[in-house]
Design a protein around this ligand. Structure first.
Ligand code: PLP
Length: 278
């Protein structure tokens, strides 16, 4: 598949980075994962807004403006020959002799374009299992930082238990998934963790908030506990790649009937409509 690194289009398995690239050596950078449906990027401006916010938060001087990034994304999309794809975009503090202090060099921009792999149809039909895991991350989870070690360890632990995702818990409250936002439905209202430095402001979360408004479903941004989740009518998670995924089991305990619920279903249908309108 095709990729991009600092001005050049390459194959994604071609060597491109010098050893002393700060993304490689320090994880000193930020990223975005964007979905393209039928040749049309979904909520691209929102993803780029978040990229600039992440870059600013880590004092990374991203000189490439929005139009230039959009141009590269569109060139990469064309070169990929794909119409349904995922674009990964990474920006780092550049290539410089290893030193913790900020270097004086241009930032690196890299991208990959990969065919979109649908989550298993079975998962969407029947819902997925999740496990609870302590949120061991830092205090700035609103930044989409390359440092994903706690997320990776939690996700692997979930996988080893046969679970689709690990739901992170901090001070007794649910924050988010390792790569998703988390919601519960109770008495007709959707509850989700409020935006703060403890979670990533998901772009799909933004879409779900809008859709809930369109469907006249109350969207309440409030903390909840794992126990609240177990007593919920429905639980679901969202992300760019899994869209809206129903959760039916937490640590082997069934939620409600153990089947996906009507709210997650209705939101998913409405998301598909929103994608088609894009
Ligand atoms: N939370 C975390 C920690 C994530 O890594 C992600 C995406 O990968 C999300 C939430 C969902 O964000 P989005 O809907 O923008 O993909």
């Amino acid at each position: 598949s095709v990729a991009y690194f600092n001005g050049n289009f390459i194959e994604s398995d071609e060597p491109a980075l010098p050893i002393e690239e700060r993304g490689h050596q320090f994880g000193d950078g930020v990223y975005e994962v964007m979905r393209i449906y039928n040749g049309v990027p979904f909520m691209l401006d929102e993803h780029l807004d978040r990229l600039y916010q992440s870059a600013t938060a880590i004092k990374l001087p991203l000189q490439q403006d929005r139009e230039s990034l959009k141009h590269t994304i569109s060139e990469l999309m064309d070169k990929s020959g794909l119409t349904n794809l995922v674009i990964y975009l990474q920006v780092t503090r550049g290539i410089a002799s290893r030193d913790h202090l900020f270097p004086d060099c241009p930032v690196s921009v890299s991208m990959t374009a990969k065919p979109f792999r649908e989550p298993p149809a079975e998962a969407r039909e029947n819902g997925v299992s999740v496990m609870l895991h302590p949120d061991e991350r830092w205090e700035n989870c609103y930044i989409k930082s390359l440092n994903l070690l706690p997320n990776i360890l939690a996700k692997q632990a979930a996988y080893e238990k046969g679970c689709f995702e690990a739901i992170l818990v901090r001070d007794g409250k649910v924050t988010e998934g390792t790569s998703s936002n988390v919601y519960m439905v109770k008495d007709g209202s959707i509850l989700t963790t409020p935006l703060s430095n403890r979670i990533l402001p998901g772009i799909t979360r933004m879409a779900v908030k809008q859709i809930a408004g369109e469907l006249h479903i109350p969207f309440v941004e409030a903390y909840f506990t794992p126990e609240d989740m177990l007593r919920a009518d429905e639980v679901f998670i969202t992300s760019t790649t899994s869209e809206i995924m129903p959760v039916v089991r937490i640590n082997d305990e069934e939620i409600n009937s153990g089947e996906p619920g009507p709210v997650a279903r209705a939101l998913y249908e409405q998301l598909k409509t929103m994608i088609q309108r894009f």
